[in-house]
Design a protein around this ligand. Structure first.
Ligand code: ADP
Length: 360
């Protein structure tokens, strides 16, 4: 059989990055694939940090390519360095010098589980021993007061600054804590910009953070633009459900971030399938759609989060740490997402920071 890119990528999908326990295609570290007849050349965007791991991946990749029919294969490593669960040490910018990485979580449309993913990623990152902040930037429909169990609580103030709530191992702030409960929030463009900026940076006393996760409003409105103008983001995570109509919107969200010069760290497929009473997978929305979309867009696929009734229950009850209790599929799905995201952040931080967007 003649070799083509599809066959090569299929073969490389069998090769695992042993630290991250994901295949190297999903991790988006296979670059510059060139195929001529039965000869293959490619680059692996891996680190210099851990020689044995690099050599193992290379050996596994050569074997997989050989099994796929390559007579000759050349694998080079991109000249990068440093890869660990420790985040990049450079501050993201003057505006929040105490924050090392700002990561936006966006979605093409509402209701796909963007806030759920943002909360659980923040908590999962904090569980690895890192300092994590979470900002509910979904100023039109803040759901964090409920999801974090802080409805009705008023944040402490020091001088003219609000102190984020210290809950579930993270530092969190939400506009929902500053406005009357159950009143609709109606912002025109410039007001949305102002409210977001004030809460994000001007009026909040963030502590030293390794990661600040920002839950954006769905769609492609003013708030992502404001965020990208304020400071260089490490990158964005886009959450999608797998059905085509949802993916079309997610792809628009990806394009928006790229247009704003912000790297997309990867796609998450939420509500990938339903976990039935006996642990069986019930495919509702067409599992795998986000992974295919990620592949087509040349993005990393961060993983799938199935529909778990207990995830919804814990969100409504404001007890997100319960998602990480016990030996459950929910816990392992979340931890896998967190690990893949850390890998992508570290890879991203090997490249130069995002320039801050200026709009004239
Ligand atoms: P968005 O932020 O995209 O509007 P939310 O995160 O608020 O969406 O989620 C919408 C609803 O779906 C919430 O009730 C949430 O608990 C539930 N939900 C989200 N993801 C899942 C999932 N994987 N399994 C079960 N329920 C989920």
């Amino acid at each position: 059989m003649a070799l083509d890119k599809e066959l090569v990528m299929k073969a490389l999908r069998t090769v695992q990055e042993p630290e991250l326990m994901k295949d190297i295609v999903t991790l988006n570290i296979v670059k510059d694939v060139r195929i001529e007849g039965d000869q293959v050349q490619l680059t692996l965007e891996l680190t210099n940090a851990n020689g044995p791991i690099k050599e193992k991946i290379k050996a596994d990749a050569l074997r997989a390519l050989g099994d796929a029919g390559a007579q000759q294969a050349q694998i080079v490593f991109a000249n990068t360095s440093g890869h660990s669960s420790k985040p990049h040490a450079k501050p993201v910018g003057k505006i929040l010098p105490q924050v090392k990485n700002v990561i936006a979580v966006g979605a093409g449309k509402g209701g796909v589980g963007k806030s759920t993913v943002a909360v659980n990623l923040a908590i999962g990152l904090a569980r690895t021993g890192l300092q994590v902040g979470l900002m509910d930037g979904d100023i039109y429909g803040p759901s964090m007061p409920t999801m974090l169990g802080i409805r009705g609580r008023v944040p402490a103030v020091q001088g003219s600054k609000i102190i984020p709530f210290n809950v579930h191992g993270i530092h969190a702030i939400t506009i929902g804590a500053l406005v009357e409960q159950d009143k609709p929030l109606i912002w025109r463009g410039p007001m949305a910009h102002g409210a977001f900026k004030q809460l994000f940076s001007d009026n909040t006393q963030w502590p030293e953070l390794d990661y600040l996760i920002v839950d954006l409003p769905p769609g492609t409105g003013d708030v992502p633009l404001t965020l990208c103008q304020l400071l260089p983001l490490t990158g964005a995570v886009v959450v999608a459900t797998p059905q085509q109509v949802a993916l079309d919107d997610a792809i628009r969200a990806v394009r928006m971030f790229q247009q704003l010069g912000t790297e997309v760290l990867g796609l998450v497929e939420n509500m990938s399938y339903l976990v039935g009473p006996n642990g069986e997978a019930i495919d509702i929305f067409g599992r795998g759609g986000a992974e295919r979309a990620a592949q087509e867009l040349g993005l990393a696929y961060l993983g799938a989060l199935p529909m778990f009734p207990e995830l919804r229950v814990n969100s409504d009850a404001g007890t997100p740490l319960a998602n990480y209790e016990g030996d459950t599929k929910l816990k392992s799905s979340l931890e896998a997402l967190v690990q893949t995201l850390i890998g992508q952040i570290n890879l991203r931080n090997l490249r130069p920071p995002t320039p801050v967007l200026t709009i004239s």
